[in-house]
Design a protein around this ligand. Structure first.
Ligand code: CP
Length: 306
């Protein structure tokens, strides 16, 4: 019998057990090998709705493709033309979508933990999947990142993972540091000191990039999130690249087995030298591919919780 994680709402890595994550990873890999015929879909129409308040290419479209691969009917709710523009709240939007018969809704919002008043509301009968909540968390990105690391190394225990860059604004850093620590990886942080704070100390040491580059198995570079910097220009692109980026010279010091990751979108020649994006050590395109299968596993898990 196939074991499938049953998850009512996929909103935060903190709410997931290790067993659920491992089951999700197993299903995501199975979907990658055998695609959607694996899903024992319910014999009824399933409606999914995507509601993105922040821009997205990868998360939005890979959820759409995952939904279509699973045979779901998809509503792409355009925030700009919906009644949200008339002041309708997210809560009332969900009440409406639920009443219309939507079964699962994927939401990206700039509000941290926006789901808190949604998931326990008896009137809302649809599963909530978090496509990113401000600088809070990005659990589906975390799952695809774990999948990519697992494909490379087989396990997480004792791996040395460096998370580098715009830490304080990064939901990817927060979800990954929590989950990777739980699975026994050793986290090291790097980047500008002003984009790091004591919140990260619980999970790992902060070191200059040049001190850690030859010691890590996974180098996870983060995007500089200009949109969250209130137009404050901290560094020129050249300066950032030289001080904190993965330059061609630094890349030569990586261990033979080390891999390069980045959640993307990428500021080429800022966080990472452009030529390294498509270099053999880079798993960035594989991360994008894995996003579809990880999200198929997530959608299956929430639909299986009924
Ligand atoms: N990695 C990521 O979340 O990309 P998008 O913002 O394009 O979805």
């Amino acid at each position: 019998m196939t074991l499938i994680a049953k998850i009512d709402h996929f909103v935060s890595v903190e709410d997931l057990t290790n067993e659920q994550i491992l089951l999700l990873l197993k299903r995501a890999s199975a979907f990658k090998q055998k695609d959607s015929w694996l899903w024992d879909s319910p014999k009824k129409q399933i409606f999914a709705a995507n509601l993105f308040f922040e821009n997205s290419t990868r998360t939005h479209n890979s959820f759409y493709i995952a939904q279509r691969k699973l045979g779901m009917d998809v509503l792409e709710l355009d925030v700009k033309t919906s009644s949200l523009q008339k002041g309708e709240t997210l809560y009332d939007t969900l009440v409406t979508l639920s009443a219309l018969g939507v079964n699962v809704v994927v939401i990206r919002s700039n509000v941290k933990r926006y789901w808190e008043n949604l998931i326990n509301a008896p009137i809302i009968d649809c599963h909530v999947v978090n496509g990113g909540d401000g600088s809070g968390g990005h659990p589906s990105q975390c799952l695809l990142d774990l999948m990519t690391i697992q494909e490379e190394f087989g396990a997480f225990s004792d791996l040395r993972v460096a998370i580098v860059g715009d830490l304080i604004h990064s939901r990817v850093a927060r979800s990954n540091m929590q989950m990777l620590t739980r699975f026994g990886a050793k986290i090291i942080f790097s980047g500008p000191k002003e984009w790091h704070n004591e919140e990260f100390d619980h999970y790992g040491q902060f070191l200059p990039l040049d001190d850690l580059i030859d010691k890590v198995d996974v180098l996870m570079m983060l995007r500089v999130q200009h949109e969250r910097h209130n137009n404050q220009q901290n560094f020129s692109k050249e300066e950032y690249h030289k001080l904190y980026g993965l330059t061609k010279e630094r890349a030569k010091r990586l261990q033979k087995r080390a891999i390069i990751m980045h959640p993307a979108p990428i500021n080429r020649d800022v966080e990472i030298a452009s030529v390294l994006v498509e270099s053999p050590k880079s798993k960035i395109v594989e991360q994008m591919k894995n996003g579809v299968y990880a999200r198929m596993a997530i959608l299956e898990a929430v639909m299986s919780s009924r």
